[in-house]
Design a protein around this ligand. Structure first.
Ligand SMILES: *[C@@H]1O[C@H](CO)[C@@H](O)[C@H](O)[C@H]1NC(C)=O
Ligand SMILES: *[C@@H]1O[C@H](CO)[C@@H](O)[C@H](O)[C@H]1NC(C)=O
Ligand SMILES: *[C@@H]1O[C@H](CO)[C@@H](O)[C@H](O)[C@H]1NC(C)=O
Length: 421
């Protein structure tokens, strides 16, 4: 299951993260990293009746957009990795680690205090958002609690799945500490250890059948796509092929480890992310989004969708659903009035007011949208609770998916369901 998407979430303390990443010299990714990141790969085990109430999550997950469940994953990750996403995690520690940045961290903390997570969890949870991220909504719809992040070292419960998401993660190796291949390794390790417990007669978090029936979700590639934007466009195709081929390897490894149900998200309308719209140069389309970023996102998604078509033919008994998040998220902007959205390119936690409420280089949210207002972007890159909820609902509906399967029916279907059709 997955989950993870998180990518979309986002939020809050992005500023600090960006700076930190800068230190890591992944300059470019800083922008998106803090931001969009997302991704994740999580496994979710469907539980018909929620064994536990939602709560719990808080500690860990939160995450940014991507995170939580994704977030969760993310956070966790974040906690462990300096480049990670969450804002809040490990603040105290961070100071030591990043000495010289104390003031920034303090300012950031102050700016975000009482804001990150305010909508749902009521405290920071590691998600880059004021509330939930997509994977949280997915879990909710399946009546299961938010996933715990893989790196949550205290109080974790993985009986309903795991979130491997990490803010700033990429498919490409070496750019972020928790690239997709690392997340897949984490999954394989998790699986082996869990099954080992069962072999010894103890109860592991997830059984062999659990792994086979689980939903494996991926929402990654945003940072990779953004990362090629400053290279000549004739290189994009080759680079996207490489990224997609890494995703193929990941799917294959999961499949070889028993995964049969895949839920794969394309990247969103990157050219409509307020942080990019405000800061990047380039032609804007009719809806105020950056044309070249959206072109790249579409190009990448086309390859990813083709990969899913191909994998459907090759992986026996597997169901592979590809969901066009670009169409979903672009529609939010292009047809925003339909969703009651007044300023589709506006940030909730930012500065300067509409239409963007985003000032480059200025962190914190002196101008904060009202709780519950219909603002899509939390921090310029990650979605708000409102935005993620909307995106999750459409993604799960199957209307934007190939094949047009509802998430709930995929989860409820037997694991030996054939993929064709
Ligand atoms: C596909 O499902 C059939 C029927 O359950 C099963 O016998 C077969 O082993 C499965 N094949 C793979 C590769 O999972
Ligand atoms: C906006 O809505 C119209 C009518 O539903 C639809 O045809 C169009 O594709 C939408 N635009 C985008 C960019 O999604
Ligand atoms: C798997 O396939 C067999 C034979 O077609 C069927 O009886 C069984 O119900 C299926 N399993 C699930 C979980 O749907």
């Amino acid at each position: 299951m997955a989950s993870a998407m998180n990518g979309c979430g986002g939020g809050g303390g992005g500023g600090g993260v960006m700076k930190r990443m800068g230190l890591l010299r992944v300059q470019y990714y800083c922008v998106m990293g803090a931001v969009a990141a997302a991704v994740v790969l999580a496994t979710l085990l469907y539980m018909p009746a929620p064994a536990t109430a939602p709560p719990t999550v808080a500690g860990v997950d939160g995450g940014g957009a991507t995170v939580r469940s994704s977030a969760a994953a993310v956070d966790a990750a974040a906690a462990a990795a300096p480049g990670g996403g969450g804002v809040e995690r490990g603040k105290g520690k961070r100071k030591h680690v990043w000495s010289g940045e104390e003031e920034e961290v303090a300012a950031e903390k102050k700016a975000a205090a009482g804001v990150v997570g305010r909508t749902y969890f009521h405290h920071p949870t590691g998600r880059l958002s004021d509330g939930r991220v997509i994977i949280d909504f997915i879990c909710e719809s399946l009546n299961t609690r938010e996933l715990n992040p893989y790196l949550k070292s205290i109080g974790s419960d993985y009986s309903n799945g795991v979130n491997f998401a990490m803010a700033g993660s990429t498919v490409s190796h070496g750019v972020s500490p928790y690239s997709l291949n690392v997340q897949v390794d984490q999954f394989v390790y998790f699986k082996h250890r869990s099954l080992e417990l069962f072999e010894r007669g103890q109860k592991g978090p997830v059984s062999k059948e659990g792994f086979e029936n689980a939903l494996y979700m991926m929402d990654i590639g945003h940072n990779d796509v953004a990362g090629v934007m400053h290279t000549p466009s004739d290189n994009w195709d080759k680079k996207f092929s490489k990224i997609v081929s890494e995703i193929k390897d990941a799917i294959r490894i999961l499949y070889d480890n028993g995964a049969r149900k895949f839920w794969i998200h394309g990247t969103g309308a990157l050219g409509c992310l307020p942080a990019l719209v405000v800061q990047e140069k380039g032609e804007h389309d009719a809806h105020g989004c950056l044309a070249n970023y959206n072109k790249a996102a579409r190009q990448f998604n086309k390859k990813l969708s083709h990969l899913c078509d191909e994998m459907r033919l090759h992986l026996k008994n597997a169901t592979i659903v590809y969901t066009d998040m670009f169409a979903i998220k672009y529609d939010f902007v292009a047809n925003h009035t339909k969703y009651g959205i007044k300023w589709p390119l506006m940030v909730c936690c930012g500065n300067g007011g509409p239409p963007y409420n985003f000032k480059p280089g200025k962190f914190g949210c002196d101008d904060l949208c009202e709780p519950g207002s219909k603002v899509l972007s939390w921090d310029g890159v990650h979605f708000t609770d409102f935005g993620s909820g909307l995106a999750a609902k459409l993604a799960m509906s199957g209307e934007y998916s190939k094949p047009k399967v509802k998430l709930a029916s995929l989860v409820n279907a037997g694991s030996n369901k054939s993929s064709d059709s």
